[in-house]
Structures are given as C-alpha cells and as structure tokens.
Design a protein around this ligand. Structure first.
Ligand code: KIV
Length: 295
C-alpha cells in the first residue's frame, strides 16, 4: 500500500495542514481539519475511506481498547503494534501516533530513539507528545531530526496523577496564562499543530487566533482549526459515560450486542448454520481453497 505523498494524489501532509491555516479562507468550516483516533486496521480503513484528514493512534488505546482505567499503563511496544495495524489501513490521512507515558520522560536521546521507532517500525508520519513549556527542548530536538510533532496542551491525560483528575484546564486567570504560554512554547519549538483538550471555548479561540500552527480541539469549542474525538466515543463503543463534548454519532456497541445475541440464539436453536451455509461432499466453495483433509 503506497502512502508516499506525490503532488495531487490527495495524501494529507504536514505542509498541507500548515498551508490550510495560513490560507485566507482558513476559517471557512469546509477547511476545518477533521481528526479521529483509530487503533486497528478495519477502523482505520473505514475512517480513511470516509475522508478523515488526520488519524491518531492515541494512547486512549489503553482505556478504550485495552480496558485500562487510565492511559498510563500502555507500553511503547503496544503502541507500535497498534500503529502498524492502523498504518495498513490508511492511505490518504496523515498518520500520527501518541508517544506513551514514560517513552519521552527520561533523557532527550532516549525519547528521540523512541520517536524514531514510530517512524521506522510503524510508518507513522508524526508523533504527538503531551505538555507545553516543559516539552520545548524535546519538540525542538524531534523537529530537528525531521520528525513532525503534534503538541497537546490543556487537559493532558498522562498528567492525571499530577492534576488530581480529569478537569477542564485554563479556567482561572493564572492557568489560562500558563496555557497560553504552553501553546506558544509548542509552536516556538517547531510543532506543526497542537491539540487543545478540555479548555474554555474563549481561551481556545484566543490561542487559535494567535498561533500560526493549526489548533485541534477536543472539548475546546468550535473555533479551533480542527476537531478530534476518540472514535469509540463518537461511535458509541464504550462502557463508561462519555464527556459532554463527545457527540455520539452511532450506537455501534448496541449493534454488536444485538447481532451477537441473535447469533447465540441461532446456534442454540439449531438455526445456524443452514444447509445452504454448509459444504457438501464433492463441492468446492467459490473463491476459497479448501485444505484437503488427510489421514
Ligand atoms: O489519546 C488520545 O486519544 C488523544 C486524543 C483524544 C487527542 O490524545
């Protein structure tokens, strides 16, 4: 599957996203950057084919796909494994992967080596790191190594223990000023975009106006340059109540439950499989190779 950007092949690239922000019509809703998370091949392929611009292999993987109660436990190996699966399903969208907690918190050299693994082993086109001013040096180093970086400020879920919970950030004057400094630092360090998570709409609007790089909002109001949601939230494939900003577009969990209950009933009632769904002696299924039974 070729994902190499060539002029006019529709592939979304980092320069495209920067150019969209600088275009005179960047505030037109049709120019908004549409982002979603994905953790596996089929979902990634469906999202890509539906026209999503940026697909993020988020560390929300830990919670929505692996069943952990925070994003902290997911490992670099797990993130790489899922990023590789998503890569196979994505042709057009820009593919970004979250660096998991612990993979960029020691020294810069180790963080760089870990980021390189995402590029080399999983074929992602950019990495995302959480944190503002305190990530200045790291973002600058990754950018210098030709690894595009997406920043993430506001509510940063990997800081849950330090923050004491998942709360809206930037509500007081002091914390709003800190958030502004964080967003500016991410841009100054060379990031190509920044996620604003759970921040007041007014503050997100101000940051969006001030920065030259696109802002991608999640719980940050409609004025950001783009929006991102956790796919499982918007598809209705979670077990916990979703935050108020996560509009639900489908109830996929209910569809799966209903289908599986019907299947259970059919097997238990003798309605599955039917004779038409069975092979018969001397017959070879169309398009399928049957392995001869020997012995
Ligand atoms: O891990 C994730 O899914 C994220 C997005 C929600 C921004 O960081």
């Amino acid at each position: 599957m070729s994902v190499v950007p060539t002029t006019g092949n529709g592939k979304v690239t980092v320069p495209d996203l920067l150019q969209r922000k600088s275009a005179a019509d960047s505030q037109l809703p049709s120019n908004k950057i549409v982002c979603l998370t994905a953790y596996d091949y089929p979902t990634a392929r469906l999202l890509d084919e539906a026209g999503v611009d940026v697909i993020l292999v988020g560390d929300s993987l830990a919670m929505v796909a692996l069943g952990h109660d925070s994003t902290l436990p997911v490992t670099l190996a797990e993130m790489l494994h899922h990023a590789r699966a998503v890569r196979r399903g994505v042709r057009r969208a820009l593919l970004v992967a979250d660096m998991p907690f612990g993979s960029y918190h020691a020294d810069t050299a180790e963080s760089l080596r870990n980021a390189v693994r995402f590029i080399k082993e999983a074929g992602v086109e950019a990495v995302k790191v959480e944190g503002g001013e305190r990530r200045l040096e790291l973002i600058a180093r990754l950018t210098e190594a030709e690894i595009p970086v997406m920043g993430h400020v506001g509510l940063t879920p990997q800081s849950v223990n330090a923050l004491g919970g998942y709360r809206v950030q930037g509500k007081t004057t002091d914390s709003a000023e800190q958030l502004l400094r964080d967003a500016r630092a991410v841009e100054a360090a060379g990031a190509f975009a920044v996620v604003l998570e759970a921040v007041p709409r007014e503050l997100a609007t101000q940051i969006t106006r001030e920065l030259r790089i696109p802002t991608i909002g999640i719980g940050a109001g409609p004025d950001c340059d783009g929006q991102i949601l956790v796919a499982n939230d918007m598809l209705g494939l979670t077990f916990e109540p979703s935050p108020k900003f996560a509009r639900q577009y489908a109830k996929v969990g209910e569809i799966i439950s209903k289908a599986v209950r019907e299947y259970c009933d059919d097997v238990r009632n003798g309605n599955f499989p039917s004779d038409a769904e069975s092979y018969h002696a001397g017959q070879v299924a169309k398009g399928r190779k049957l392995t001869p039974i020997t012995g």
